[in-house]
Design a protein around this ligand. Structure first.
Ligand code: PMP
Length: 421
């Protein structure tokens, strides 16, 4: 399509509406059941690490501890060494835990609500604290704040991170205590935070108990030959004189098995001691059998990089499908823009203002499940009703092709309806 919808006459738009209506009716008749809601690894991706299920692991780790027993709160050195190298942190500043980094993020926030963080005058509970939430962002980050009653202040994302003038202005308010950051291949728009943004984040004036949840969930999840190293953010924070500012998180959820991996927390010694003090009340130690299994399976940093290239071989063609269908159906229409991420798990599709919820509803009628409109904004409130997150990893290529074609129909249909008033 080459004519922008906004340039079409009433008759042309009506004809377009009729055409998309009949395509939509055909879709509905097909009884599709397609799901591009969540960034889940596909069965083929999970099978890359099938060996994990049958591996025999020794009873003892390299340092002699019996992995079957309690204890070892910091995690096994052998798995921490591999990920310290990959994440660009000192091994002494990295903990290995159980399978979910999201649960560590939740713990950190809950602990900070109930127990005084280093630098804090009091626990956060009962204070009117706020978090900076770059948008579009990750719905589960926002859900943690919502669940704990923490106000979020949205800040628009740019090409290399959020609007930093605005972030600096907000962080200067002592009631602003935290910020969500996905620094590489951000969920959902694929943005990579540049060094300048990172320097400003670690240097800006903020409360002594202000923390950044630096969620490196996609640090190793490249989709192109460029494999940029994660920013050495802990070192940068140290150099800026704010060593406690960063909680870095990561996990093997999208490296080995999403439900059966190892999660990591990297931070300053002061923060880690504080975390372990509270985490030790909650658990007598992580699953070290799984940590040892992962260390033996992955072998070293090179082993992880190699595995990630095999994921890329399965994922990159799916991102190409998303792009080529959207291009074929929506290029030149002036009603849609989408991202071309160099890594991560998502494509952000921005549709005509005021139509995202309608697109999601139309897709649902046609048997295509999309992440609910508004999910990428705090409290599900996308003021422009514009942003839709697409997650191409789980369906097969054939299913994805069909789903994306259906999405494009819904985008055109919703736009024609809107423009015709
Ligand atoms: N952070 C981000 C940005 C994510 O996209 C995801 C998974 N969708 C997670 C964290 C979840 O990580 P985990 O499986 O380690 O809990």
């Amino acid at each position: 399509m080459t004519t922008e919808l906004s340039q079409m006459s009433h008759d042309e738009l009506s004809a377009l509406l009729d055409e998309q209506h009949s395509l939509h009716a055909e879709l509905k008749a097909q009884g599709l059941a397609l799901d591009i809601t969540r960034g889940k690894p596909s069965p083929r991706q999970l099978d890359l690490s099938r060996e994990l299920l049958s591996m025999r692991v020794p009873r003892h780790a390299a340092d002699g501890q019996d992995v079957r027993n309690y204890g070892g709160a910091k995690g096994l050195p052998e798995i921490r060494e591999i990920f310290a190298e990959l994440l660009g942190v000192d091994v002494d500043h990295l903990l290995a835990a159980d399978n979910s980094s999201l649960s560590i993020m939740h713990d950190l926030l809950t602990f900070a609500m109930l127990h005084r963080l280093p630098g804090a005058q009091a626990p956060w509970f009962g204070q009117n604290i706020k978090f900076i939430a770059p948008v579009p962002g990750y719905d589960r980050h926002f859900a943690i704040c919502e669940h704990l009653g923490i106000e979020m202040i949205p800040v628009e994302m740019g090409e290399h991170g959020p609007d930093m003038d605005e972030v600096e202005r907000l962080a200067a308010d002592p009631s602003v205590k935290g910020m969500w950051v996905v620094p590489m291949y951000a969920n959902p728009n694929g943005v990579i935070y540049d060094e300048e943004t990172a320097r400003r984040l670690v240097s800006m004036k903020a409360a002594p108990d202000f923390r950044i949840w630096w969620d490196n969930a996609y640090a190793l999840h490249h989709l192109t030959d460029a494999e940029p190293a994660p920013l050495p953010i802990l070192q940068m924070a140290q150099e800026a004189g704010n060593p406690d500012r960063i909680f870095m998180l990561a996990s093997t959820s999208k490296i080995t098995h999403a439900g059966d991996g190892v999660a990591f927390l990297a931070s300053s010694t002061g923060n880690l001691d504080w975390y372990l003090k509270h985490a030790s009340v909650r658990s007598i130690g992580p699953d070290k059998v799984n940590q040892l299994r992962h260390a033996h399976y992955l072998k070293d940093a090179g082993g992880v990089r190699e595995l990630m290239r095999r994921h890329r071989a399965l994922l990159a063609p799916k991102f190409q499908i998303v792009d080529s269908v959207l291009k074929r159906r929506l290029d030149g229409t002036g009603i849609a823009r989408w991202t071309h991420p160099a890594g991560g798990y998502f494509v952000t599709l921005d549709v005509l203002d005021g139509t995202a919820s309608r697109v999601v509803a139309l897709a649902k009628e046609a048997g295509i499940a999309l992440t609910p409109a508004g999910s990428s904004h705090p409290l599900h409130d996308d003021p422009h009703d514009r942003t839709i997150r697409l997650a191409p990893s789980f369906p097969t290529e054939g299913e994805l092709q069909a789903a994306m074609d259906g999405v494009a129909t819904c985008v055109l249909l919703a736009a024609a309806e809107k423009l015709l008033g």
